[in-house]
Design a protein around this ligand. Structure first.
Ligand SMILES: [Zn+2]
Length: 315
């Protein structure tokens, strides 16, 4: 059919509206299964529990769900090696390695947790600090990478894995060290402003839980305070950083074994329960054995859902 110029011009505004209305809905760019606080150990059949969790993640498609593209483990991979000797430490890490090798076909990226740091509590671990794999070097070797933090791009998103555990009096507090702060500031500066960013840390950068769970004897007192082990003590510096990088959309953590979601100053803070619930003994408060499906969308939005995988505590 011949269209006159006049008719074409008259149709143009309508065509423009039609194109706008047909703009595609945000699509899911990446689905991450976030398995945090696994705490694998020889006791309580924990390795079977972890394998059951891997099985659940890998059968999402059979359940009519979208498959996960990637597993991010959120730290506290092993029950504890901060206070244990090398034999017990290796026993736990070997369980982790075997479970992944034999029961997980998805790509796994890992955050370090405080319980993954070997031997800082020297009096209990029997360490001197001179051992070749002392501290975070052991977990880095097990994860096959040089540093306890890293970043990578996937599905149009920039993904940062931070190391929250900072040494303090043979134990730890939550914060980045200076070298990591320098690295993070440069890392985010190199990300295009249109690329959304999600940050994973073991210890939450922000959380309500340390306030809500303060010990009863501290309630109503002027010296009410929050433990420096329960959230990042450098969180003001994060707020300042995020105000300069508005493309940081979400911060995802573990450590507290609770399920929590906060929207604060344009950033979503998610704490995603625990694969081990109450260290494999049963529920941790209201938290059942589970993991989170974190969906990252092309428009920079984030959705997260906690999924139980049917594990029951074994005596
Ligand atoms: Zn922890």
């Amino acid at each position: 059919m011949h269209i006159t110029r006049r008719k074409a011009a008259a149709a143009a505004p309508f065509a423009a509206v039609a194109v706008s209305a047909a703009e595609p809905a945000p699509r899911r760019a990446l689905r991450i299964a976030h398995l945090t606080d696994i705490h694998v150990q020889p006791e309580l059949d924990a390795a079977r529990g972890l394998e059951s969790c891997f099985g659940h993640v890998q059968s999402l498609a059979e359940r009519g769900e979208g498959r996960a593209d990637l597993i991010v483990t959120g730290g506290d991979t092993v029950m504890d090696c901060m206070e244990t000797d090398l034999a017990r430490t290796n026993l736990q890490w070997d369980l982790w390695r075997k479970s992944v090798a034999d029961h997980c076909s998805l790509e796994v990226r890992s955050v370090l947790g405080n319980h993954d740091v070997w031997g800082w509590t020297r009096a209990k671990a029997g360490t001197t600090g001179e051992e070749p794999l002392y501290g975070k070097r052991l977990a880095c070797e097990r994860f096959g990478r040089p540093l306890p933090y890293e970043s990578f791009d996937r599905g149009g998103w920039h993904i940062v894995l931070l190391d929250s555990t900072f040494p303090h009096e043979q134990s730890y507090i939550g914060r980045l060290d200076d070298a990591q702060w320098d690295w993070l500031e440069k890392d985010l500066a190199a990300v295009p402003a249109a690329t959304p960013v999600v940050i994973f840390s073991h210890i939450p950068i922000l959380s309500m839980h340390p306030l809500a769970a303060t010990a009863p004897q501290a309630q109503g007192r002027p010296d009410f305070r929050v433990s420096a082990q329960l959230l990042h003590t450098d969180n003001r510096r994060f707020q300042s950083l995020f105000s300069r990088h508005r493309n940081v959309k979400a911060c995802v953590s573990g450590h507290l074994h609770v399920v929590e979601s906060i929207d604060y100053c344009g950033v979503r803070y998610l704490c995603n329960g625990a694969v081990s619930a109450g260290w494999w003994k049963g529920m941790h408060g209201q938290t059942d054995f589970g993991y989170a499906l974190v969906d990252l969308f092309s428009d920079g939005t984030v959705q997260s859902r906690y999924v139980t995988y049917g594990w029951q505590a074994r005596g």
